[in-house]
Design a protein. Structure first.
Length: 385
């Protein structure tokens, strides 16, 4: 059994396998060129991200390993998505996916990934170090919310944009680079990467305009206009006006998710939204616990969240000991030889450090960590490839 890296010549067969497998799995007709256009490019750069098992020259099973450069505050990290895991029905039960997942784990090591993410059955991917974790705050805003909570005098207009709107995409790119967690979407010198991500799953893209006609934010929304998948605004007050303006425009309940680092917005919408929940955005595999935790604790500190002074050490089996510290106004995490007060495996450590629930739901009784954790690991679900 041989694992091969796909090439541009494999594009048509690769696409056919994905559409076949996921049409059956999702019980609806799938078209990946519309669902995930960013990865559907007939060239070696994009196709080389895919590993496959072939029999007699034909693809039997495949998956993708998609590197994603992420900036968390001032830190630069490398995440990946392991996705589009597909085995043709006639080749199921042959162990091909286990072989491909083993190869994918080797690929993470080869490219030096700090962390990885995927979706799917929890128990299937626990064995590879992926765990349900991270934090997504989910909210609904309906007509009653807008009527009783929106006191603004201004209502924004919205302009739907397409690939040809170069100025608007330059604005979106500039706005996104100011975000506390920024995933690089470009793969060339154009705005095609941003465009393809924002239109994934047949989403539509809108620019928000104030009464002077100036751009003040953007939305990527579902086909029925009610679900907001991605957004950006100049500041929190602008974000509020944009969401309320959108709710009035569509005249229906709208829904969206906020990052854990969006403290001001989370506090506000937890007070006024018509419905809310906390969930995990995906399954994360943390490889470099020190780098990821250090970036996120610094982000939490910069975001103004309360953090008492103190330090604790946890031991993560098969990884080492992690010092979590906030002293003299400085917050950081690093590998250490100090004695640990809590010992846990990698899956427990992932939930303990990054949520979505409070650390006490995992293990331990540490007053300092009970306040500092979970760290604000979040993800936009459009950033899959």
């Amino acid at each position: 059994m041989e694992v091969v890296r796909l090439k541009k010549e494999d594009y048509d067969e690769w696409l056919s396998v994905l559409n076949t497998v996921f049409t059956k799995q999702n019980k609806k007709e799938m078209d990946f060129e519309k669902e995930l256009p960013k990865m559907c490019v007939r060239d070696d750069y994009h196709m080389n991200m895919h590993l496959a098992v072939k029999e007699e020259g034909k693809i039997c099973a495949l998956l993708g390993v998609y590197p994603l450069k992420v900036k968390v505050g001032d830190a630069e990290l490398l995440f990946t998505t392991v996705g589009n895991v597909a085995t043709l029905p006639e080749h199921e039960g042959k162990g091909y996916m286990r072989v491909l997942m083993d190869a994918a784990m080797e690929e993470l090591e080869r490219i030096g990934a700090d962390a990885s993410r995927l979706g799917g059955a929890r128990q299937r991917y626990n064995r590879y170090g992926y765990e349900v974790s991270g934090i997504s705050y989910n909210f609904h805003v309906n007509a009653f919310t807008t009527k009783y909570c929106f006191n603004g005098d201004e209502i924004f207009d919205f302009k739907e944009i397409s690939y040809e709107d170069v100025k608007e995409f330059a604005y979106i790119q500039a706005l996104r680079k100011k975000m506390p967690i920024y995933v690089e979407r470009a793969y060339d010198d154009t705005h095609k990467g941003d465009y393809d991500v924002l239109r994934a799953y047949e989403s539509r893209i809108f620019i928000a305009l104030n009464k002077q006609g100036e751009m003040v934010g953007y939305l990527s929304v579902s086909g029925n206009l009610e679900g907001i998948s991605d957004f950006g605004a100049e500041n929190f007050e602008t974000l509020k006006t944009m969401f309320y303006s959108w709710q009035k425009k569509v005249d229906a309940r709208i829904y969206f998710s906020l990052f854990a680092s969006d403290y001001e917005a989370v506090q506000y919408y937890s007070r006024v939204s018509s419905w809310m929940s906390i969930s995990s955005p995906c399954h994360f595999k943390i490889i470099n616990f020190d780098k990821v935790a250090d970036a996120l604790i610094k982000l939490k500190k910069q975001s103004g969240a309360f953090m008492p002074e103190g330090e604790s050490v946890i031991e993560i089996k098969d990884w080492g000991r992690l010092l979590i510290c906030h002293k003299n106004g400085e917050a950081y995490c690093q590998k250490t030889d100090k004695e640990a007060t809590i010992i846990m495996d990698r899956l427990e450590a992932t939930r303990f450090l990054f949520g979505p629930f409070e650390p006490g739901t995992v293990t331990g009784d540490d007053a300092f960590l009970a306040t500092v954790l979970p760290l604000p690991l979040s993800w936009c679900t459009l950033d899959r490839v």
